[in-house]
Design a protein around this ligand. Structure first.
Ligand code: GDP
Length: 309
C-alpha cells in the first residue's frame, strides 16, 4: 500500500473498523473510503457490486460483521449465519471481480474448536466441534477464512485473514446484558464509584483465564499484515498473555479508583476455563503489541468517560 492507495474499510463505525481507520490515518494514508450501513447494505449483492465498480478500491479491510455476546449469538443464530455469510460473500467476490490488490478478512479466536489445546495455534482451526452458543457465527466466519484461502489458491488473489483475540477499546459495547467482560467491568466499577456503592458484582468464580488486546494494537497488527504478509494461513493477533477474571477486575478497580469490595456471583457462568492464543507466528513476522493491559484499561476508561452517555 502507498499513502495514496484507495483503501476501503468495511465496518468503519465498529470497535474494529474504527480502530483500523484511526491507525491508517495516523500512518498518513490519505485515500480511505467508508460507507455507513445506510449508504451501502453489504448484504445486498447488487449494491456491493455497484459500489466496487464505481469506487474501484485497491485494498479492502473486511471488518463489517454482525457480532454480539453469548446471549445475542444464542438467541439469533439464523441472523448471525445469514448476515455474516452475505456480507463476506458479496465483498470477497466483488473484490475478486473488480481486481482488488489485497484484502484482509477478520475472524475471531472464538471460532476455534471448543476443546482446542491451549495455547491455540493457527492450525487448530477445523480440528474439532465448535462451541454450541456461537456455532452459527463461527460457521460463517470459518467460511470467510476458507474463501480467502481458496480464492488465493484458485485465482491467485491476495486475500489474507487474521484471528484477533478478545478486544476492547473505543466504540465498545457497554450494555451490561450483551457486552463482554472488560467493558462490563469498566461500566460497573464506574457506576459503583459514582453511586458510592460498597460492592461490585463480578460474574462467575473469577478463576477463568482470558487474553485481552487493546483494539488500537489490533488495528496496528492488521495494517502490518496488509503491508507485510501474503500467506495462505490466517494469523493469530493477540498478546500471548493471560489474566484471571479476578486479576482483571482488581486492575479495573484500581484504574477507576473504586474503594469497595468485589463480590463473585457464582450463579453466573464461568464459560470456558482458558482461552489463550499463541502469537509466535505474528512475533516471527516482526510485530508485537505495545499497549499493556493496564494502559489499555486507562485508555478505554477515558474514552468511556468522554463518550459514553
Ligand atoms: P467469553 O470470553 O466468551 O467467556 O466472554 P465474556 O467476556 O462475556 O466473559 C469472560 C469471563 O468474564 C466469564 O468467565 C464471565 O463469567 C466473566 N465475567 C465477570 N463479570 C462479567 C460481566 O459483568 N460481564 C461479562 N460478560 N462477563 C463477566
Amino acid at each position: 500500500m502507498d499513502l495514496n492507495s484507495k483503501i476501503y474499510v468495511a465496518g468503519h463505525r465498529g470497535l474494529v473498523g474504527s480502530a483500523i481507520v484511526r491507525n491508517l490515518q495516523s500512518k498518513g494514508y490519505k485515500n480511505i473510503i467508508c460507507k455507513t450501513h445506510k449508504e451501502l447494505d453489504l448484504t445486498n449483492q447488487q449494491a456491493v457490486r455497484e459500489f466496487f465498480e464505481n469506487e474501484r478500491p485497491e485494498y479492502v479491510f473486511l471488518a463489517a460483521a454482525k457480532v454480539g455476546g453469548i446471549n445475542a449469538n444464542n438467541t439469533y443464530p439464523a441472523d448471525f449465519i445469514y448476515i455474516n455469510l452475505m456480507i463476506q460473500n458479496n465483498v470477497i467476490k466483488a473484490a475478486h471481480d473488480f481486481n482488488v490488490k489485497k484484502l484482509l478478512f477478520l475472524g475471531s479466536t472464538c471460532i476455534y474448536p471448543k476443546m482446542a489445546p491451549q495455547p491455540i495455534k493457527e492450525e487448530y482451526l477445523l480440528t474439532g466441534a465448535l462451541e454450541e452458543t456461537n456455532e452459527a457465527y463461527a460457521i460463517a466466519k470459518i467460511s470467510g477464512l476458507e474463501m480467502c484461502k481458496f480464492f488465493k489458491r484458485q485465482y491467485g488473489d491476495n486475500f489474507i485473514s487474521c484471528m484477533p483475540t478478545n478486544l476492547y477499546g473505543p466504540n465498545d459495547n457497554f450494555d451490561l446484558k450483551s457486552s463482554h467482560v472488560l467493558p462490563a467491568l469498566i461500566r460497573k466499577f464506574h457506576e459503583a464509584k459514582v453511586n458510592k456503592n460498597d460492592t461490585v458484582e463480578v460474574w462467575g468464580t473469577g478463576t477463568p483465564l482470558r487474553e485481552f488486546l487493546y483494539v488500537d494494537d489490533m488495528a496496528d497488527a492488521c495494517v502490518f499484515l496488509m503491508e507485510n504478509y501474503d500467506g495462505e494461513q490466517h494469523v493469530n493477533i493477540g498478546t500471548g498473555e493471560e489474566v484471571s477474571i479476578k486479576e482483571l477486575a482488581e486492575t479495573v478497580k484500581e484504574v477507576i479508583g473504586f474503594e469497595g469490595e468485589l463480590v463473585f456471583n457464582t450463579d453466573m457462568p464461568d464459560g470456558t476455563p482458558r482461552k489463550l492464543t499463541t502469537v509466535e507466528k505474528l512475533h516471527g513476522l516482526g510485530w508485537n503489541h505495545k499497549i499493556s493491559l493496564r494502559e489499555g484499561i486507562e485508555l478505554a476508561y477515558n474514552w468511556f468517560l468522554e463518550n459514553y452517555k
